[in-house]
Design a protein around this ligand. Structure first.
Ligand SMILES: C[S@@+](CC[C@H](N)C(=O)[O-])C[C@H]1O[C@@H](n2cnc3c(N)ncnc32)[C@H](O)[C@@H]1O
Length: 437
Protein backbone atom coordinates (compact mmCIF):
# COMPACT_ATOMS: atom_id res chain seq x y z
CA UNK A 1 0.00 0.00 0.00
CA UNK A 2 1.27 3.49 -0.82
CA UNK A 3 2.23 5.47 2.22
CA UNK A 4 0.99 9.04 2.25
CA UNK A 5 3.79 11.57 2.32
CA UNK A 6 2.54 14.45 4.39
CA UNK A 7 4.54 17.51 3.47
CA UNK A 8 5.01 20.63 5.50
CA UNK A 9 2.35 23.09 4.58
CA UNK A 10 2.82 24.51 1.11
CA UNK A 11 6.03 22.68 0.39
CA UNK A 12 6.09 23.84 -3.19
CA UNK A 13 3.25 26.32 -3.32
CA UNK A 14 4.60 29.83 -4.02
CA UNK A 15 5.50 31.73 -0.92
CA UNK A 16 3.38 34.71 -1.74
CA UNK A 17 0.29 32.51 -1.56
CA UNK A 18 1.46 30.93 1.70
CA UNK A 19 2.19 34.20 3.42
CA UNK A 20 -0.55 36.21 1.94
CA UNK A 21 -1.10 39.66 3.35
CA UNK A 22 -4.73 39.54 2.48
CA UNK A 23 -6.25 38.14 5.66
CA UNK A 24 -9.79 38.86 4.55
CA UNK A 25 -9.50 36.96 1.31
CA UNK A 26 -7.94 34.05 3.17
CA UNK A 27 -10.56 33.86 5.88
CA UNK A 28 -13.45 34.07 3.51
CA UNK A 29 -12.08 31.70 0.90
CA UNK A 30 -14.72 29.17 1.83
CA UNK A 31 -17.68 31.48 1.40
CA UNK A 32 -19.58 33.08 -1.42
CA UNK A 33 -20.37 36.34 0.40
CA UNK A 34 -17.74 38.49 -1.32
CA UNK A 35 -18.70 37.20 -4.74
CA UNK A 36 -22.07 38.93 -4.48
CA UNK A 37 -20.30 42.23 -5.16
CA UNK A 38 -18.37 40.95 -8.17
CA UNK A 39 -19.38 41.22 -11.83
CA UNK A 40 -20.89 38.03 -13.30
CA UNK A 41 -20.40 36.09 -10.03
CA UNK A 42 -23.26 38.05 -8.50
CA UNK A 43 -25.75 36.96 -11.15
CA UNK A 44 -26.92 34.27 -8.83
CA UNK A 45 -25.90 33.21 -5.38
CA UNK A 46 -25.05 29.63 -4.68
CA UNK A 47 -24.32 27.78 -1.47
CA UNK A 48 -20.87 26.66 -0.42
CA UNK A 49 -18.95 28.46 -3.10
CA UNK A 50 -15.65 30.14 -2.34
CA UNK A 51 -14.32 33.62 -2.87
CA UNK A 52 -13.52 34.53 -6.47
CA UNK A 53 -10.86 36.98 -5.26
CA UNK A 54 -8.96 34.11 -3.66
CA UNK A 55 -9.29 32.00 -6.84
CA UNK A 56 -7.93 34.87 -8.95
CA UNK A 57 -5.04 35.20 -6.54
CA UNK A 58 -4.12 31.53 -6.83
CA UNK A 59 -4.39 31.62 -10.63
CA UNK A 60 -2.23 34.74 -10.82
CA UNK A 61 0.45 33.16 -8.64
CA UNK A 62 0.52 29.70 -10.20
CA UNK A 63 0.05 30.80 -13.84
CA UNK A 64 -1.57 27.59 -15.06
CA UNK A 65 -2.26 26.71 -18.71
CA UNK A 66 -5.57 24.98 -18.06
CA UNK A 67 -7.68 24.90 -14.92
CA UNK A 68 -10.36 22.39 -13.97
CA UNK A 69 -13.11 22.64 -11.39
CA UNK A 70 -14.76 19.18 -11.22
CA UNK A 71 -17.47 20.46 -8.84
CA UNK A 72 -18.04 23.74 -10.62
CA UNK A 73 -21.44 24.71 -9.19
CA UNK A 74 -22.16 28.31 -10.11
CA UNK A 75 -18.85 28.55 -11.97
CA UNK A 76 -16.76 30.73 -9.65
CA UNK A 77 -13.47 29.20 -10.80
CA UNK A 78 -14.28 29.42 -14.52
CA UNK A 79 -15.52 33.03 -14.30
CA UNK A 80 -12.32 33.97 -12.43
CA UNK A 81 -10.29 32.18 -15.13
CA UNK A 82 -12.24 34.03 -17.85
CA UNK A 83 -11.40 37.34 -16.24
CA UNK A 84 -7.71 36.47 -16.37
CA UNK A 85 -7.91 35.04 -19.90
CA UNK A 86 -7.06 31.47 -18.84
CA UNK A 87 -8.55 28.29 -20.33
CA UNK A 88 -10.78 26.39 -17.97
CA UNK A 89 -13.11 23.43 -17.69
CA UNK A 90 -16.06 23.37 -15.31
CA UNK A 91 -17.79 20.06 -14.57
CA UNK A 92 -21.17 20.06 -12.83
CA UNK A 93 -23.55 17.10 -12.46
CA UNK A 94 -26.60 18.93 -11.03
CA UNK A 95 -28.65 19.49 -14.21
CA UNK A 96 -30.33 22.67 -13.01
CA UNK A 97 -27.21 24.27 -11.51
CA UNK A 98 -25.37 23.41 -14.71
CA UNK A 99 -28.02 25.22 -16.73
CA UNK A 100 -27.84 28.26 -14.49
CA UNK A 101 -24.07 28.45 -14.66
CA UNK A 102 -24.20 28.20 -18.44
CA UNK A 103 -26.05 31.51 -18.40
CA UNK A 104 -23.03 33.15 -16.81
CA UNK A 105 -20.75 31.99 -19.62
CA UNK A 106 -22.97 33.77 -22.12
CA UNK A 107 -21.63 37.11 -20.78
CA UNK A 108 -20.09 37.91 -24.16
CA UNK A 109 -23.37 38.07 -26.13
CA UNK A 110 -24.10 41.41 -27.80
CA UNK A 111 -25.57 43.58 -25.08
CA UNK A 112 -28.08 45.24 -27.41
CA UNK A 113 -29.35 41.80 -28.48
CA UNK A 114 -29.71 40.75 -24.85
CA UNK A 115 -31.70 43.90 -24.02
CA UNK A 116 -33.84 43.61 -27.14
CA UNK A 117 -34.74 40.00 -26.31
CA UNK A 118 -35.57 40.86 -22.70
CA UNK A 119 -37.76 43.76 -23.84
CA UNK A 120 -39.59 41.52 -26.30
CA UNK A 121 -40.27 39.02 -23.49
CA UNK A 122 -41.45 41.76 -21.14
CA UNK A 123 -43.78 43.28 -23.75
CA UNK A 124 -45.31 39.92 -24.53
CA UNK A 125 -45.59 39.08 -20.82
CA UNK A 126 -47.57 42.21 -19.94
CA UNK A 127 -50.00 41.53 -22.79
CA UNK A 128 -50.74 37.96 -21.71
CA UNK A 129 -53.93 36.97 -19.93
CA UNK A 130 -52.60 34.65 -17.28
CA UNK A 131 -54.43 32.69 -14.66
CA UNK A 132 -52.88 30.59 -11.96
CA UNK A 133 -53.20 27.02 -13.14
CA UNK A 134 -55.11 24.53 -10.98
CA UNK A 135 -53.06 22.06 -8.99
CA UNK A 136 -49.90 24.12 -8.85
CA UNK A 137 -47.36 22.79 -6.36
CA UNK A 138 -47.97 23.91 -2.78
CA UNK A 139 -44.42 25.27 -2.55
CA UNK A 140 -45.32 27.99 -5.07
CA UNK A 141 -48.52 29.01 -3.28
CA UNK A 142 -46.59 29.15 -0.02
CA UNK A 143 -43.83 31.29 -1.48
CA UNK A 144 -45.81 33.81 -3.55
CA UNK A 145 -48.84 36.02 -3.36
CA UNK A 146 -51.37 35.50 -6.16
CA UNK A 147 -50.30 38.77 -7.83
CA UNK A 148 -46.62 37.82 -7.83
CA UNK A 149 -47.41 34.35 -9.11
CA UNK A 150 -49.52 35.69 -12.00
CA UNK A 151 -46.68 38.02 -13.05
CA UNK A 152 -44.05 35.28 -12.74
CA UNK A 153 -46.14 32.91 -14.85
CA UNK A 154 -46.59 35.65 -17.48
CA UNK A 155 -42.82 36.13 -17.65
CA UNK A 156 -42.27 32.39 -17.85
CA UNK A 157 -44.88 31.96 -20.59
CA UNK A 158 -43.43 34.83 -22.64
CA UNK A 159 -39.94 33.38 -22.26
CA UNK A 160 -41.10 29.94 -23.41
CA UNK A 161 -42.79 31.45 -26.48
CA UNK A 162 -39.88 33.64 -27.53
CA UNK A 163 -36.88 31.46 -26.54
CA UNK A 164 -37.00 29.18 -29.64
CA UNK A 165 -36.26 32.22 -31.84
CA UNK A 166 -33.18 33.17 -29.78
CA UNK A 167 -29.61 31.87 -29.91
CA UNK A 168 -28.70 29.28 -27.27
CA UNK A 169 -26.57 31.82 -25.46
CA UNK A 170 -29.39 34.35 -25.27
CA UNK A 171 -31.74 31.64 -24.05
CA UNK A 172 -29.28 30.69 -21.29
CA UNK A 173 -28.57 34.18 -20.08
CA UNK A 174 -32.26 35.16 -19.98
CA UNK A 175 -33.21 31.89 -18.30
CA UNK A 176 -30.65 32.76 -15.61
CA UNK A 177 -32.07 36.29 -15.28
CA UNK A 178 -35.58 34.91 -14.69
CA UNK A 179 -34.33 32.32 -12.19
CA UNK A 180 -32.50 35.06 -10.33
CA UNK A 181 -35.72 37.04 -9.66
CA UNK A 182 -37.61 34.14 -8.11
CA UNK A 183 -36.27 34.58 -4.58
CA UNK A 184 -36.41 38.40 -4.47
CA UNK A 185 -40.05 38.17 -5.63
CA UNK A 186 -41.04 35.89 -2.76
CA UNK A 187 -42.37 37.29 0.52
CA UNK A 188 -41.28 34.27 2.58
CA UNK A 189 -37.90 33.17 3.92
CA UNK A 190 -36.10 32.27 0.74
CA UNK A 191 -32.47 32.72 1.63
CA UNK A 192 -30.56 32.68 -1.62
CA UNK A 193 -29.89 29.18 -2.86
CA UNK A 194 -30.81 27.63 0.42
CA UNK A 195 -33.79 25.82 1.78
CA UNK A 196 -37.12 27.62 1.82
CA UNK A 197 -38.64 28.73 5.12
CA UNK A 198 -42.32 29.36 4.29
CA UNK A 199 -43.18 30.43 7.84
CA UNK A 200 -40.70 33.30 7.86
CA UNK A 201 -41.56 36.68 6.38
CA UNK A 202 -39.06 38.80 4.50
CA UNK A 203 -38.70 42.51 5.23
CA UNK A 204 -38.37 43.42 1.55
CA UNK A 205 -40.06 41.87 -1.47
CA UNK A 206 -39.69 43.02 -5.06
CA UNK A 207 -42.49 42.91 -7.61
CA UNK A 208 -41.44 40.44 -10.41
CA UNK A 209 -41.30 42.90 -13.34
CA UNK A 210 -39.26 45.36 -11.27
CA UNK A 211 -37.00 42.55 -10.05
CA UNK A 212 -36.40 41.54 -13.67
CA UNK A 213 -35.60 45.10 -14.63
CA UNK A 214 -33.10 45.39 -11.76
CA UNK A 215 -31.50 42.05 -12.54
CA UNK A 216 -31.12 42.83 -16.24
CA UNK A 217 -29.64 46.28 -15.48
CA UNK A 218 -27.07 44.69 -13.20
CA UNK A 219 -26.23 42.02 -15.76
CA UNK A 220 -25.88 44.64 -18.48
CA UNK A 221 -23.42 46.60 -16.34
CA UNK A 222 -21.37 43.46 -15.67
CA UNK A 223 -21.35 42.47 -19.33
CA UNK A 224 -19.88 45.88 -20.22
CA UNK A 225 -17.16 45.39 -17.63
CA UNK A 226 -16.30 41.83 -18.61
CA UNK A 227 -16.39 42.56 -22.33
CA UNK A 228 -13.99 45.42 -21.70
CA UNK A 229 -11.32 43.02 -20.37
CA UNK A 230 -12.03 39.96 -22.49
CA UNK A 231 -13.73 39.19 -25.78
CA UNK A 232 -15.29 35.81 -25.14
CA UNK A 233 -15.44 33.08 -22.53
CA UNK A 234 -12.63 30.54 -22.58
CA UNK A 235 -14.51 28.27 -20.21
CA UNK A 236 -15.80 24.89 -21.31
CA UNK A 237 -18.67 24.05 -18.98
CA UNK A 238 -19.86 20.45 -19.11
CA UNK A 239 -22.72 18.56 -17.47
CA UNK A 240 -20.87 15.48 -16.35
CA UNK A 241 -19.81 13.37 -13.38
CA UNK A 242 -16.63 14.31 -11.52
CA UNK A 243 -16.14 10.60 -10.79
CA UNK A 244 -15.40 10.01 -14.48
CA UNK A 245 -14.45 13.35 -16.11
CA UNK A 246 -15.15 11.61 -19.41
CA UNK A 247 -14.81 14.71 -21.60
CA UNK A 248 -11.51 15.91 -20.16
CA UNK A 249 -8.44 14.79 -22.13
CA UNK A 250 -5.64 12.87 -20.37
CA UNK A 251 -2.72 14.92 -18.95
CA UNK A 252 -4.35 18.21 -19.85
CA UNK A 253 -4.88 19.95 -16.51
CA UNK A 254 -2.15 21.67 -14.51
CA UNK A 255 -4.33 23.30 -11.84
CA UNK A 256 -7.48 22.05 -10.14
CA UNK A 257 -9.37 24.36 -7.78
CA UNK A 258 -12.53 22.92 -6.36
CA UNK A 259 -14.89 22.55 -3.44
CA UNK A 260 -16.70 19.22 -3.50
CA UNK A 261 -19.79 18.49 -1.42
CA UNK A 262 -18.82 17.99 2.22
CA UNK A 263 -19.80 14.81 4.04
CA UNK A 264 -22.27 16.83 6.07
CA UNK A 265 -25.71 15.90 4.81
CA UNK A 266 -26.29 19.05 2.76
CA UNK A 267 -28.73 18.17 0.00
CA UNK A 268 -27.77 19.99 -3.21
CA UNK A 269 -30.88 18.65 -4.94
CA UNK A 270 -33.08 20.50 -2.45
CA UNK A 271 -31.09 23.73 -2.86
CA UNK A 272 -32.81 24.54 -6.19
CA UNK A 273 -36.23 23.08 -5.41
CA UNK A 274 -38.04 26.42 -5.70
CA UNK A 275 -36.53 27.19 -9.10
CA UNK A 276 -37.10 23.69 -10.47
CA UNK A 277 -40.68 23.70 -9.19
CA UNK A 278 -41.34 27.05 -10.89
CA UNK A 279 -40.16 25.68 -14.25
CA UNK A 280 -42.19 22.48 -13.78
CA UNK A 281 -39.13 20.23 -13.53
CA UNK A 282 -40.22 18.81 -10.18
CA UNK A 283 -43.58 18.79 -8.46
CA UNK A 284 -42.56 17.74 -4.98
CA UNK A 285 -39.61 16.96 -2.78
CA UNK A 286 -39.84 13.27 -3.71
CA UNK A 287 -39.12 14.07 -7.39
CA UNK A 288 -35.69 15.46 -6.49
CA UNK A 289 -33.93 12.13 -6.30
CA UNK A 290 -34.61 11.00 -9.86
CA UNK A 291 -34.14 14.44 -11.40
CA UNK A 292 -31.04 15.56 -9.50
CA UNK A 293 -29.75 13.71 -6.46
CA UNK A 294 -28.96 10.39 -8.10
CA UNK A 295 -26.35 12.12 -10.31
CA UNK A 296 -24.41 13.58 -7.39
CA UNK A 297 -21.73 12.49 -4.93
CA UNK A 298 -23.46 10.64 -2.08
CA UNK A 299 -23.11 13.19 0.68
CA UNK A 300 -26.59 13.21 2.19
CA UNK A 301 -28.54 10.63 4.18
CA UNK A 302 -31.55 11.09 1.85
CA UNK A 303 -29.36 9.93 -1.02
CA UNK A 304 -28.08 6.72 0.57
CA UNK A 305 -31.46 5.85 2.09
CA UNK A 306 -33.03 6.02 -1.34
CA UNK A 307 -30.34 3.70 -2.71
CA UNK A 308 -30.79 1.30 0.24
CA UNK A 309 -27.06 0.79 0.56
CA UNK A 310 -25.53 -1.74 2.91
CA UNK A 311 -22.34 -1.06 4.81
CA UNK A 312 -20.91 -4.48 3.90
CA UNK A 313 -21.31 -3.85 0.18
CA UNK A 314 -19.73 -0.41 0.45
CA UNK A 315 -16.82 -1.73 2.50
CA UNK A 316 -16.09 -4.32 -0.16
CA UNK A 317 -15.28 -1.59 -2.73
CA UNK A 318 -11.58 -1.84 -3.55
CA UNK A 319 -11.34 1.94 -4.06
CA UNK A 320 -11.56 2.52 -0.29
CA UNK A 321 -8.89 -0.05 0.61
CA UNK A 322 -6.34 2.64 1.67
CA UNK A 323 -8.69 3.87 4.42
CA UNK A 324 -10.84 0.81 5.09
CA UNK A 325 -9.26 -0.06 8.45
CA UNK A 326 -9.98 3.41 9.80
CA UNK A 327 -13.30 3.90 8.03
CA UNK A 328 -15.03 0.70 9.12
CA UNK A 329 -14.94 1.24 12.91
CA UNK A 330 -16.12 4.84 12.48
CA UNK A 331 -19.05 3.76 10.32
CA UNK A 332 -19.91 0.99 12.80
CA UNK A 333 -19.85 3.45 15.70
CA UNK A 334 -22.17 5.79 13.79
CA UNK A 335 -24.48 2.83 13.05
CA UNK A 336 -24.61 1.89 16.74
CA UNK A 337 -25.50 5.45 17.77
CA UNK A 338 -28.09 5.55 15.00
CA UNK A 339 -29.94 2.74 16.79
CA UNK A 340 -30.40 5.04 19.79
CA UNK A 341 -31.74 8.01 17.78
CA UNK A 342 -35.27 8.64 16.69
CA UNK A 343 -34.23 10.26 13.40
CA UNK A 344 -32.59 7.04 12.28
CA UNK A 345 -30.50 8.71 9.57
CA UNK A 346 -28.20 6.49 7.54
CA UNK A 347 -25.05 8.50 8.23
CA UNK A 348 -22.98 5.30 8.46
CA UNK A 349 -23.57 4.41 4.81
CA UNK A 350 -23.46 8.10 3.81
CA UNK A 351 -19.89 8.34 5.10
CA UNK A 352 -18.81 5.08 3.44
CA UNK A 353 -20.43 6.01 0.13
CA UNK A 354 -18.92 9.51 0.25
CA UNK A 355 -15.37 8.24 0.46
CA UNK A 356 -16.02 5.61 -2.21
CA UNK A 357 -17.23 8.35 -4.56
CA UNK A 358 -14.34 10.66 -3.73
CA UNK A 359 -11.90 7.79 -4.38
CA UNK A 360 -13.25 7.63 -7.94
CA UNK A 361 -12.91 11.40 -8.26
CA UNK A 362 -9.19 11.23 -7.38
CA UNK A 363 -8.66 8.40 -9.88
CA UNK A 364 -10.29 10.50 -12.59
CA UNK A 365 -8.24 13.54 -11.56
CA UNK A 366 -5.03 11.50 -11.76
CA UNK A 367 -5.82 10.64 -15.38
CA UNK A 368 -6.50 14.22 -16.48
CA UNK A 369 -3.83 15.99 -14.41
CA UNK A 370 -0.27 16.57 -15.62
CA UNK A 371 2.57 15.06 -13.59
CA UNK A 372 3.37 18.43 -11.99
CA UNK A 373 -0.24 19.50 -11.44
CA UNK A 374 -1.45 21.18 -8.27
CA UNK A 375 -4.85 20.34 -6.85
CA UNK A 376 -6.56 22.49 -4.27
CA UNK A 377 -9.64 21.01 -2.60
CA UNK A 378 -11.55 23.35 -0.27
CA UNK A 379 -13.06 20.97 2.26
CA UNK A 380 -14.49 20.66 5.75
CA UNK A 381 -14.57 17.74 8.15
CA UNK A 382 -17.66 16.20 9.66
CA UNK A 383 -19.10 14.59 12.80
CA UNK A 384 -22.38 12.76 12.11
CA UNK A 385 -24.06 11.79 15.40
CA UNK A 386 -21.01 13.33 17.10
CA UNK A 387 -18.54 10.82 15.65
CA UNK A 388 -15.52 12.61 14.21
CA UNK A 389 -14.62 11.86 10.59
CA UNK A 390 -11.11 13.05 9.61
CA UNK A 391 -12.16 14.02 6.10
CA UNK A 392 -9.01 15.72 4.80
CA UNK A 393 -6.77 12.90 6.01
CA UNK A 394 -8.82 10.23 4.31
CA UNK A 395 -9.14 12.27 1.12
CA UNK A 396 -5.36 12.79 1.20
CA UNK A 397 -4.84 9.04 1.48
CA UNK A 398 -7.24 8.34 -1.37
CA UNK A 399 -5.36 10.87 -3.51
CA UNK A 400 -2.03 9.18 -2.80
CA UNK A 401 -3.56 5.82 -3.61
CA UNK A 402 -4.80 7.26 -6.93
CA UNK A 403 -1.18 8.09 -7.80
CA UNK A 404 -0.54 11.62 -6.53
CA UNK A 405 2.72 12.30 -4.68
CA UNK A 406 1.84 14.30 -1.62
CA UNK A 407 -0.84 16.16 0.29
CA UNK A 408 -0.93 18.84 2.94
CA UNK A 409 -3.74 20.64 4.73
CA UNK A 410 -4.01 24.38 5.24
CA UNK A 411 -6.47 25.25 8.01
CA UNK A 412 -8.77 28.22 7.23
CA UNK A 413 -11.33 28.33 10.03
CA UNK A 414 -13.29 26.54 12.70
CA UNK A 415 -16.83 25.51 12.01
CA UNK A 416 -19.56 23.57 13.70
CA UNK A 417 -22.71 24.69 12.05
CA UNK A 418 -24.61 21.73 10.73
CA UNK A 419 -24.22 19.39 13.67
CA UNK A 420 -24.50 22.00 16.43
CA UNK A 421 -28.27 21.57 16.56
CA UNK A 422 -27.83 17.87 17.09
CA UNK A 423 -26.21 18.46 20.43
CA UNK A 424 -22.65 17.50 19.86
CA UNK A 425 -19.69 19.72 20.48
CA UNK A 426 -17.06 18.15 18.27
CA UNK A 427 -14.93 21.01 16.93
CA UNK A 428 -14.89 21.05 13.15
CA UNK A 429 -12.76 22.96 10.69
CA UNK A 430 -12.48 23.92 7.07
CA UNK A 431 -9.43 24.41 4.93
CA UNK A 432 -7.55 23.61 1.75
CA UNK A 433 -6.26 20.20 0.92
CA UNK A 434 -3.34 20.71 -1.45
CA UNK A 435 -2.40 17.67 -3.51
CA UNK A 436 0.61 17.57 -5.77
CA UNK A 437 2.45 15.53 -8.32
C1 LIG B 1 -19.62 23.08 -2.89
S1 LIG B 1 -20.49 23.11 -4.38
C2 LIG B 1 -19.36 23.93 -5.44
C3 LIG B 1 -19.65 25.39 -5.55
C4 LIG B 1 -18.74 26.07 -6.54
N1 LIG B 1 -17.39 26.19 -6.04
C5 LIG B 1 -19.28 27.42 -6.96
O1 LIG B 1 -18.49 28.28 -7.30
O2 LIG B 1 -20.48 27.61 -6.99
C6 LIG B 1 -20.37 21.44 -4.91
C7 LIG B 1 -21.01 21.15 -6.26
O3 LIG B 1 -20.69 19.82 -6.64
C8 LIG B 1 -21.78 19.34 -7.44
N2 LIG B 1 -21.66 17.89 -7.56
C9 LIG B 1 -22.06 16.95 -6.68
N3 LIG B 1 -21.78 15.73 -7.15
C10 LIG B 1 -21.16 15.89 -8.34
C11 LIG B 1 -20.60 14.99 -9.28
N4 LIG B 1 -20.65 13.67 -9.10
N5 LIG B 1 -20.00 15.50 -10.39
C12 LIG B 1 -19.97 16.84 -10.59
N6 LIG B 1 -20.51 17.75 -9.74
C13 LIG B 1 -21.09 17.27 -8.63
C14 LIG B 1 -22.99 19.84 -6.67
O4 LIG B 1 -24.13 19.85 -7.47
C15 LIG B 1 -22.52 21.24 -6.27
O5 LIG B 1 -22.93 22.19 -7.22
Amino acid sequence: MNKPVQLHLFNSIPESIQNTQSKTIEERAGTFTDNMKLPIHRWFRYSAGFSAAWVEKVITELKPQTILDPFAGSGTVCVAADKLGINSYGIEAHPFVYRLAQGKFAWSVQIHEFLAAVNEIKSLAVSLQQEIPDNIPVLLTKCYTNEALVDLFKIKQAYLEIAPSLSEELQSIIFLAICAILRPSSHVGTAQWQYILPNKRKAKTCEPFIALENQVAMMQEDMYQMQFVSRSSQAIFIKEDARHLTSIPDNSIDLVITSPPYANNYDYADATRLEMTFWGEVNSWSDLHETVRKFLIRSSSQHVSKERLSLDTLMAESIISPIRDELLPICQEIETIRGTKSGNKAYHTMIAAYFTDMGFVFNALRRVATSDAKICVVIGDSAPYGVYVPVEQWLGKLAISAGFNSWSFEHIRQRNIKWKNRKHSVPLHEGRLWIEG
